[in-house]
Design a binder for this molecule. Structure first.
Ligand code: MG
Length: 203
């Protein structure tokens, strides 16, 4: 399986990193080796001094598809969960300044903790899903799917023009404002609405 992610999908997060609103969606990969499940701890690696949390709604692809029309895209995922798109901001800044890919900054081991998935039937309105991240009990990020620049269906339509989506693939749908560094000893707790889906430590 693969993980596809969209960057710069929430206006306030674009502003906080002083990026420009992209003309076209920014898409990148994470490898399956980035995944942490079951609230396994995240081990802070020695090649970065500045790893940021980015809490995101994630989709589970349930059907193979390419060139999916936006109006049919909702047939291609069956569940929603929560993930952290850990980003080595120092490596990413270096790559960005040279116009180089984000592969290592976004795809390193453990950079994709994911929760269990909740069936779509748990969500009466996909354009109104609240989610948030607490670090050491303090709210750091809060988002609502209504604030995405590209909706779930629009981003799947776009991605699938280039890359075939397969059953079991996971889509990271972008982070709201409030990203920031984590350090050893931090506890991260992620929620969709009032349901706690992530609860793990940085070690
Ligand atoms: Mg992200």
């Amino acid at each position: 399986m693969k993980i596809l992610a969209i960057g710069r999908n929430y206006a306030e997060h674009i502003a906080e990193l002083k990026n420009e609103v992209p003309d076209e969606p920014v898409i990148f990969f994470k490898p399956d080796t980035a995944i942490l499940r079951n609230n396994e701890p995240f081990y802070f690696p020695d090649y970065s001094q500045d790893i940021h949390h980015e809490v995101e709604l994630i989709l589970r692809i349930s059907k193979e598809g390419k060139n999916i029309g936006a109006k049919f895209a909702s047939k291609y995922y069956d569940a929603i969960g929560l993930g952290i798109d850990f980003t080595a901001r120092d490596l990413q800044a270096k790559a960005k300044s040279k116009g180089l890919p984000w592969t290592l900054a976004k795809g390193f081991n453990g950079s994709a903790p994911i929760s269990e998935f909740l069936p779509l039937t748990d969500f009466p309105d996909l354009k109104n899903i609240n989610f948030k991240l607490l670090v050491n009990g303090e709210e750091k990020q809060k988002g609502n799917s209504s604030m995405m620049l590209n909706s779930f269906d629009d981003m799947l339509a776009y991605m699938s023009r280039f890359i075939t989506l397969k059953t079991g693939d996971i889509i990271f749908t972008g982070t709201p404002a409030g990203v920031g560094p984590v350090k050893i000893g931090d506890r991260l707790e992620g929620f969709i609405e009032d349901k706690k889906l992530l609860d793990f430590e940085v070690k």
